[in-house]
Write a protein that binds this ligand. Structure first.
Ligand code: EPU
Length: 337
């Protein structure tokens, strides 16, 4: 059992916010969880499970509780058929390293999720998605430790209740579970997914699409759009891209013809929130410590020494301006703590 007190979280969140945790507890094994729950003092404190800290914003100077840092590692082969391979992946594995591992083993499905920072556990919580692929399409089941009954449970894909950047772990199972592993069903056959505009453009001219080529194209697109958090702290997209109904879309097209929209399979229209933020002029109005990325206004950045509260205040300003001008309500994608 390894734990620290008065722990600085600055290196444990990609916004690089200088918050502290009363207790920081590293979990590498199931036994670490068993030891944790036996400590009454810890169980009585607020809990926060942290993967790579790539989707959180600490707004208070101190987290008055225990941060459970997920350090569970390992990838196990489970089964194989003619078309698929099932892998059980420990939740503390780095998600992009897992994508790379799959490519090297010629297992497919995850290449479009290349370059997303974060852990495998965190990826499930928010059903990460990019370039036409979503994690939910690969997950077979999730194993978690339940802090209420102190048992390990397994839920299947349907039980995860996946939605756009959403899962049961953001609702019913929030704050009472620790995801231990995720079982993925990977395909032996490669079917390229390149419908996403920017990706298609980047791949024009190639007669054969290999998974590695698609991964490289995506990594280069991300590199151009998303600032390196080691330089400017950020958590990728700060807000979700809102969906509007066809009627609302029609109205929007009339009132604001400059706004681009994408029709979805379910008939709803997705508005790139970054575009609305840009149109409201936020690229030109940074504060000394907070601004949006010039390459993508959906990304809020710590320009140096920002407090979590300052980033949140800036996000509120953005939310208000977008609502006022476009009547669209932005919801944060980042978890605010
Ligand atoms: N869109 C399409 N078709 C296209 C292009 C875009 O349907 O050809 C939709 C996308 O589905 C997206 C919206 O239009 O919902 C905006 O697309 P844009 O290229 O502007 O990307 P973004 O809003 O900057 C989103 C994700 C990113 C993901 C990229 C690439 C959210 C909140 N963000 O970013 O995810 O990497 O698309 O797919 O959905 C993150 O969640 O932190 C993140 C970086």
């Amino acid at each position: 059992m390894v734990f620290y007190t008065e722990y600085s979280l600055e290196g444990s969140n990609t916004f690089n916010i200088k918050a502290k945790a009363n207790v920081f507890y590293e979990v590498s094994l199931r036994e670490d969880l068993d030891s944790f729950v036996r400590k009454r003092k810890f169980m009585d404190m607020p809990r926060l499970v942290l993967g790579n800290g790539s989707n959180v914003l600490f707004v208070k100077k101190r987290f008055k509780g225990v941060v459970l840092k997920n350090e569970m590692k390992g990838i196990d082969f489970v089964s194989e058929t003619d078309n698929e391979v099932v892998l059980k992946v420990a939740s503390g594995e780095d998600f992009d390293e897992f994508v790379d591992f799959c490519l090297k083993k010629r297992l497919h499905g995850a290449e479009n999720l290349s370059g997303i920072p974060g852990s495998v556990g965190g990826a499930v919580v928010q059903n990460i998605g990019a370039y036409g692929q979503e994690l939910k399409n690969l997950v077979q089941s999730v194993e978690y430790y339940d802090f209420d009954d102190l048992e390990v449970h397994t839920i299947d894909n349907a039980g995860c209740n996946f939605g756009y950047r959403d899962s049961v772990f953001k609702h019913e199972l929030m704050d009472k579970t620790f995801i231990m592993s995720v079982t993925f069903k990977m395909s032996k056959k490669y079917t390229p997914i390149i419908g996403y505009g920017a990706l298609q453009e980047r791949l024009t001219g190639y007669s054969v699409l290999t998974p590695m080529l698609v991964r490289k194209a995506i990594l280069s697109l991300r590199f151009e759009k998303i600032p390196d958090y080691r330089q400017y702290g950020n958590a990728g997209s700060f807000f979700k891209n809102p969906d509007i109904t066809p009627e609302e879309a029609q109205k929007m097209a009339k009132q604001h013809p400059e706004v681009k929209m994408f029709e979805q399979e379910d008939g709803m229209f997705k508005i790139p929130a970054g575009q609305l933020i840009d149109l409201c002029g936020f690229k030109r109005t940074p504060t000394p410590t907070v601004g949006v990325a010039y390459t993508n206004a959906l990304i809020l950045m710590n320009l140096g020494g920002a407090k979590g509260r300052e980033i949140l205040d800036y996000a509120k300003k953005i939310k208000k301006a977008v609502k006022q001008r476009y009547g669209v309500k932005l919801e944060p994608e980042v978890v605010i703590i």
